[in-house]
Design a protein around this ligand. Structure first.
Ligand SMILES: Cc1ncc(COP(=O)(O)O)c(C=O)c1O
Length: 390
């Protein structure tokens, strides 16, 4: 394949004849319609001076729990805190092992390490990119205490067999749902299937704050209570420290913004799904570009839309030279990262390692226009030697 650095399509021009540019993510477009709602929500927080924890956080917790069909939601500082506190509250500690996948954001492993436990990796399913339940038997030991399946890119992991395995081996299941707000596994919201579900509200997430925020959801009253205490310096009441905790509180402005955005999340998910189906259709005639699969059990919410292509880095360069923002999630699996190798060698998890070489994340956000999608598709087709669509 030869890829020229020439501009992709002379016809692809925007307003005033300028070349079309497609950002990877356009938060400005996503927020534009709700500016008045954000302004009045933030003004309310200022008027109440309820900046750290408080009524806006409590309201958002109730709304998010209801959205997830969960009994409890506990707002925390970010998604990493959510994972860490959920594990800590479940009693994961020194010398315990927690099974997870190597093709995730490093925070999944960091949370395990913060509990002084050891991450143990398993390979993923080739089609869904999520934890392969048939791999679990190979790595379970007497020290294994929990499994963290990651609902990567908005695709739920295959929770049925994972929960079955966990029950058989007396393990906790903590879902990393940082990328999967509103995704469904057999009709149930991700985050509510295991003992706890952990969400990130990092600004670029499907439900994103105006800064850092996260949440733990659970149906277990004791667990919810423990996470609440841990996130606030272990205080059961002011200056009475029942547990050794940390400051992982959510702030009031983030909660108020998230309450606004939650009202629009379902519509945003539908728009993401429509963008994904337009991309899928446009590559349906070729095997040179593999599009994401939606598992039979799943409602995918496409936090990331990643295609699989050989010569991925050249395709990426071509797209970027043509004004298209792309991402790679993730270029190095955690077990091969300098800080995390811990005895793992290349080849340990061949599927995750191949995904790291071949996945290319295309622009994906609810406001992506058909014109932008067509331009991205045609640039990918040109870069991979396929015919440009009429
Ligand atoms: C899969 C996954 N887990 C955990 C996190 C951590 O969330 P945060 O950045 O809010 O700490 C992220 C965020 O990027 C993520 O994508």
């Amino acid at each position: 394949m030869t890829i020229s650095a020439s501009k992709c399509l002379s016809a692809a021009v925007g307003i005033g004849g300028a070349p079309l540019r497609v950002p990877f993510l356009d938060l400005h477009a996503h927020h534009a319609a709700f500016v008045n709602e954000f302004t009045s929500a933030i003004r309310e927080v200022i008027e109440c001076s309820a900046f750290a924890g408080g009524p806006f956080v409590e309201r958002f917790e109730q709304e998010f729990a209801a959205y997830c069909d969960s009994r409890y939601a506990i707002g925390v500082g970010n998604g990493t805190d959510a994972l860490w506190l959920a594990l800590l509250a479940l009693g994961i500690g020194q010398d315990d092992e927690v099974i997870t996948v190597p093709n995730t954001f490093v925070a999944t492993a960091e949370a395990i390490m913060l509990c002084k436990a050891q991450p143990v990796f398993v390979d993923v399913d080739e089609r869904t990119f999520t934890l392969d339940p048939t791999e679990l038997e190979k790595c379970v030991t007497a020290k294994t205490k929990a499994i963290i399946p990651v609902h990567l890119f908005g695709q739920p992991a295959d929770m049925g067999p994972i929960l079955q395995f966990a029950n058989a081996h007396d393990l906790f299941v903590v879902e990393d749902a940082a990328q999967a707000h509103g995704a469904l596994y057999n009709g149930r919201k991700t985050g509510t299937l295991g003992d706890a579900g952990c969400f990130s509200f990092y600004p670029g997430k499907n439900l994103g704050a105006f800064g850092e925020a996260g949440a733990v959801v659970t149906n277990d009253a004791e667990l919810a209570k423990k996470v609440r205490v841990l996130r606030d310096h272990g205080q059961s009441r002011k200056y009475h420290h029942a547990l050794r905790g940390w400051n992982c509180r959510m702030d009031g402005i983030q909660a108020a913004v998230l309450s606004v955005k939650l009202r629009h999340l379902e519509q945003a998910s539908l728009l993401r799904r429509r963008c994904a189906s337009l991309y899928n259709e446009a590559f349906a005639d070729t095997d040179d570009v593999s599009t994401p699969v939606e598992a039979d059990y799943a409602r995918h919410v496409y936090h990331i839309y990643a295609i699989r292509v050989r010569e991925r880095d050249e395709v990426r360069r071509f797209l970027e030279a043509n004004g298209i923002g792309c991402g790679i999630h993730y270029p190095i699996p955690i077990h091969l990262q300098e800080a995390w190798r811990n005895g793992y060698v290349e080849g340990a998890f061949p599927i995750a390692e191949n995904l790291a070489k071949e996945l290319l994340s295309l622009p994906m956000f609810p406001e992506l226009t058909e014109e932008q999608i067509e331009y991205v598709v045609n640039c990918v087709r040109e870069a991979t030697g396929l015919g440009v669509l009429a």
